[in-house]
Design a protein around this ligand. Sequence first.
Ligand SMILES: [Zn+2]
Ligand SMILES: [Zn+2]
Length: 747
Amino acid sequence: MNKIGPFAEVIVALNTRRTDRVFHYAVPDEFQDQVTIGSRVIVPFGGRRLTGYVTGFGYPDSTVKVKEIAGVIDAEPVFTTELLELARWMAENYICSTAEALQRIISPRFLVKGSREVKRVYSALPKDKSTEELSSIAGNSKQSAALKRALACPGLTRKELAAAAEVSTSVVNALIKKGLLTVSAMKISRHAVQVDLDNVETKKLTLNADQENALAQAAGAIRRGAFKTFLLHGVTGSGKTEVYLQAIAVALEEGRQAVTLVPEIALTPQMIELFRARFGAQVAVLHSALPGGERYDEWQRIKEGGAPVVLGTRSAVFAPLTRPGLFVIDEEHESSYKQDDHLRYHAREIALKRAQLAGATVLLGSATPSLESRIKTAVGGPYQLLKLNDRVDGRPLPPVRVVDLRREVKEGNGGIFSRTLIASINRRLESQEQVLLFLNRRGFSTFVICRECGLVLKCPRCDISLTYHRDGRLRCHYCNHQVRSPELCPKCGAHNIRLFGAGTQKVEAEAVQFFPGARILRMDSDSTARKGSHTQIINAFQKRQADILIGTQMIAKGLDFPGVTLVGVINADTALHMPDFRAAERTFQLLTQVAGRAGRGSLPGEVLIQTYNPEHYSIVAAAAHDCDRFFLSEMPVRRSLGYPPFSHLARLLFTHEDEEVVKRSAALAKDTLKKILSSEAQGISILGPAPAALSKIKDRYRWQLVLKASRRNLLRDVIKEFLSGLERERAVFKLAVNVDINPQGML
Ligand SMILES: [Zn+2]
Ligand SMILES: [Zn+2]
C-alpha cells in the first residue's frame, strides 16, 4: 500500500466511545518494515500505552508534537482496506467508534506471533472399504464408528473426530496405536496451505426444477461478480442446503471464497459433516464456543487461503477472506443474527455490506423470511425472490389442526391438555410412535387472558400486549400506558380473566398423570444446565428411549426425529402475546418451524396447535403453511402503526441500581431528545420512557425510550447528537445508556 506521508495515522481504542480522531505517530526505524495500513500497534497516549490501528499515512498539523510508535503487536496486518471500510460503516450505522468496530472485526485476537503445529488425523485405510469390512477391522463398534468418521471427514483433530463419532478420545488414540489412523502434524505457516483435493468428495445431489433454477440464478450472479442479493424462500425440507453447497462450489470455481452463516442452534455436527463431506479440508468452522487456540488456527487458515469455505455462526461474518464471492445466510429471519450486547450489529447487514464492497452474491435462505427481507423482493426491489415450493422427499407438509381452548374451558376442561390432544397422544402411544410437545419459553413477562373469549388487553397506541405487574396494573413496555387489570372481560363480560402461563415442569407433571405408561423426557434450560445433557436428551429420544419429549424452542429448530408423528403445541398464545411488535411474526415462524418437525420419517405426521386465539392470522396462516397469507395480513398492521419494515427503530436502554435515578434520567433524556428534535428534525417519534419488559436484571433497573423514524440516517444523527451531549454532562447522567439500532427484541 502506498505511503503518502512518513507519519502513521492511528486511531486509538479509547474507553469513551464514539471518538474517531486520527492521531499521528512517527515510525521508528526498527518498525519501518512492519508498520503498514492494517497494523495493530502500541502507542503512548496521555501518559498511558494504548492499542491503536494504523489506517493511513500523512502529515500532522505543524503545531503538534509527534510521538513515536512504541511497538507492533502482530507479525502481519490484521485488517484489509476493505475491512477498514466495513468498520467505518459499522461505526456510522451502529453508533460506535471505528476502533471499536475494528476490535470486533479482528477478534479472535492475534496474540500468537509465530506458527503453531496442529495434529490432524487421517484414515490409513483406502476409501472404498465397506461398513462390514470396517467393522471387522476395528476392535469394536466405537472404533468402527470413529474409523468411518475419519474416512468421511479427513483432517479433523483428535478431539473433533471423537466428538463427531460420539466416542471418547481414548477410542481415537487406540486406533492410532493400531496404525489404522495416522496423525500428521500440519504446520500453520505464513504461506498458503495447499488444499488437498484428494480428500474432497464431490457427490452432488440431483436437483429438482426449483432448485435447479435457484442455483442457475445464483451461479450467474456469482460468475458476473457483481453485488446481488437473493432471497431463497423454501418450505421446510425443500433442500435449501443443497443449493447452498452447489453455489459455494461455483464460487470456488471462480477462484473466490464463500461464507455460510447458520444460527447457533443449527451448527450441529451433522451440518459440519455435510460441509466437510463436500469440501473436505477446505472448510473452516468458526463459532464462539471454539477454544481460543483452535479459533486462531481456523482464522489463520482462512486468512492464508487454505480454507475458502467458511461455516459458522454470527461472528463468522467477519472471516478474513480476501476475495469473498458468496455469503449464505441460512434461516435469515433468526433473531440470533443480531449481537445483543455491546456492539449490536446484525450479521445479515454486515454480510450485505461486505458483499457490496467485494462485488459478491448474497443468498438469504428461509422457510419463513423476515418481513424486512421479504418486502425487498417486491417488484423493483433490491432483492430477487427464488422459491422452492416442494419438499425434496416428495412428502406433503403435515396437516395442522388448531384446537380452540376457549371451548375446552366452556365445556369444563381447564387443564393444560385439550381432549383432542389427549386422544391424539394416546393414539400415537398405542402405535408406538413418538410425540413432541412444544412450549414457548416463559418467564419473560406475564399477561392476563380472558379464558372465555381469548381477549388479551393491548396498548391502544402501540398494539403490543400489556404486561401484568404485581401491583395489579397492566403496562405497555413501549409507551408506559397503564390500566388496572379488569375484573370482568371488557369484550365478553365474563368473570374469567386469569394470569397466563404454564412451565415445562407443570406440563410434565400433567403428562405423567394423563399418560401413566409413557416414558417422558423434558428439555428446557433447567434440564440442560449441565454441559452435554442437551445432546444426551436428544440422543435418547432419537434412539427411541422415550415416547414423549417436552421442550421449549430448543426442540423446534433443525432437529430430525423420524419417529415423531405428532407435534403438539401446548400453547401458541405465549408467543403471540410477547410484548413485542414482532410477536405475530415470531409466532408464525415458530409454528412453521415446529410443524416442520412432524412426519420427517416414513410415517405421515400431524400437528396440533392449542390456542385461545384460533382466528388470529398468524395461527391460521401457519396451519395452512401459507407464508404469503401471513405476509399480506401482517404488512398492513405494521404500516398503520409505523413499525419496521416501514420505519426504523432505536432503543435507548437506561440502567441503574436505583430505580428513581433511572426513571428520572430516562425522562430527562426524553426532554433532551425533544429539544434536539424541535431544532433540527421532524419525522421521529419517541415512545416512553417505560420500564423494559425485563424491568430488573442483576440488581439494575431498566427503563427504555423507543425512537421511531422514517429514515435511518435521521435516527442516527439525532442519537449521535444526544450521546455527545450526554458525554458533556456525565455528572447528570450517572448511568449506563445502551443504544440498539433496529433491535430484534426489546425485553
Ligand atoms: Zn372475554
Ligand atoms: Zn403503548
